[in-house]
Design a protein around this ligand. Structure first.
Ligand code: TRP
Length: 450
């Protein structure tokens, strides 16, 4: 088995692929818009704390199960136990993960399509054509379907090439480009009039907001989404990691880079909103609430870019290119979940499995697109708000209670000689058994009641 399985060629390869998965629309769109709708700095602070208190330990659970079993989630979980009932439960959990990953991809590809359409839209703007005659800039069923199809084909083309030549190669190319583009944009925006007001809102927390339950649950959901947790994405990437890599350290890099890039995106978008305000663009939807959600990214920001003339059109181009790249390195990691499942289950070739699965998911995307009002919000909520945290709890419980403690230590010790005496080993196992699941469940219940 281990010979046919792909493997990342180096720790750097894994880190770029895993951060490629983690860094996506969740960071560049989700995090800033959530920050905007939850009053700025307070959300940022809570998010940073939860990312390391909850999301990092859960990430480690997935990576460890993945590398230990070297299988996809459907096979990995049953393999951790000999008890038949628990085996069946593990299998069901794995299948649930595959389903959720596929559904997340089906709406993610739609959003990515909207954003990708803004790239030619910005090019048209650069030619000086008036914005209201720009076909690419306005949503229509045909534009949205076409760009969703384009995005799905790109995703499938990379996944069909496999772990090293597809996922790793493209992540190592695209991720550094993304960071550079982003740094350039932040530097540009921060010099514009109005930016400092946004910066203040972003970095100075209003402590009276911190205990707000909706802020807490949103921050947790955001952290889980951002680190691609729950559905077996990180588990399958973990299964491609070499036994000579130090997992806790590698996982920490991934979590750090992911949070760092979310922070950077906020540093770009919140000040940009206030630059827009300075130029007479409305950024409050009512007295105290900042515009958030799709309107922020698809209306307010393009308005800002348009108002800045030629330079603005150019900034717009780079910004939407950046979002498209980030979305692509994430979508490949989602597609990898059902593809490896199909591949290992039905013993078909990777290109064939990819074509099959990608077509089905694209069908679901179309279904959602043609019934946006009824389906879009429902699918997003069912997958990210409910399923991801629930699956996260399951994975913590499997790593903490089902996987034997000696095996756990054995796995962590591979590539990490001093594991047994490490702080990680003193804290993490107990943490993942009790604290992590409890915290997630408490927030989850609040989430449902709210
Ligand atoms: N984390 C990615 C983002 O921030 C999205 C993502 C990739 C994801 N794989 C996932 C989300 C699996 C949930 C589950 O955009």
């Amino acid at each position: 088995m281990s010979n046919e399985r792909g493997q990342f060629s180096s720790r750097f390869g894994f880190i770029t692929a895993a951060t490629g998965s983690a860094v996506g629309l969740g960071n560049i769109w989700g995090f800033p818009t959530q920050t905007a709708s939850h009053g700025g700095g307070a959300f940022v602070l809570v998010y940073l704390v939860l990312a390391f208190l909850l999301a990092y330990p859960a990430l480690m659970a997935e990576l460890i199960i993945g590398r230990h079993t070297r299988h996809n989630m459907v096979r990995a979980l049953p393999q951790l136990t000999t008890r038949p009932a628990l085996k069946m439960f593990g299998r069901a959990t794995g299948l649930y993960g595959v389903l959720v990953a596929s559904l997340i991809l089906s709406f993610y590809a739609i959003v990515a399509g909207w954003l990708m359409a803004q790239v030619p839209a910005a090019l048209v703007n650069i030619t000086g054509q008036p914005a209201d005659t720009n076909w690419f800039a306005q949503s229509s069923l045909i534009r949205d379907s076409l760009f969703c199809a384009l995005f799905s084909v790109l995703t499938a083309a990379i996944v069909a090439r496999g772990v090293k030549d597809g996922i790793e190669r493209w992540s190592t190319r695209l991720m550094p480009a993304l960071v550079l583009l982003m740094l350039g944009l932040v530097a540009t925006v921060l010099t514009l009039p109005g930016a400092m007001e946004g910066l203040r809102l972003y970095v100075v927390p209003d402590f009276s907001l911190i205990t707000n339950p909706s802020l807490l649950t949103s921050a947790m959901g955001q952290a889980f989404f951002s680190l691609s947790l729950g559905v077996g994405t990180m588990l399958i990437y973990g299964s491609y990691v070499s036994k000579t890599d130090n997992l806790p350290l590698t996982g920490a890099y991934v979590a750090l880079i992911d949070t760092g890039i979310a922070f950077l995106a906020g540093l770009l978008i919140i000040p940009a909103m206030f630059v827009a305000r300075h130029r007479g663009i409305e950024i409050y939807s009512d007295e105290n609430t900042l515009i958030a959600g799709p309107d922020l990214i698809l209306q307010t920001l393009p308005e800002l870019f348009n108002s800045l003339g030629f330079v603005g059109a150019f900034i717009g181009l780079i910004f939407f290119l950046l979002l498209s790249i980030a979305a692509l390195t994430s979508s490949i990691s989602m597609l990898e979940v059902p593809v490896t499942f199909a591949l290992e289950q039905f013993k078909i070739s990777r290109p064939r499995a990819t074509g099959l699965v990608a077509s089905i998911i694209f069908g679901i995307s179309l279904l959602i697109l043609f019934n946006v009002e009824q389906l879009f919000g429902t699918v997003v909520t069912a997958t990210t708000k409910y399923s991801q945290p629930l699956l996260g709890v399951m994975l913590c419980l499997f790593a903490g209670w089902v996987l034997h403690r000696d095996k756990l230590l054995g796995e962590i010790s591979e590539g990490f000689a001093g594991a047994k005496e490490s702080l990680f080993w003193k804290i993490w196992p107990g943490y993942i058994r009790v604290v992590c699941p409890l915290l997630i469940i408490i927030m989850f219940v609040q989430n449902i009641r709210g």
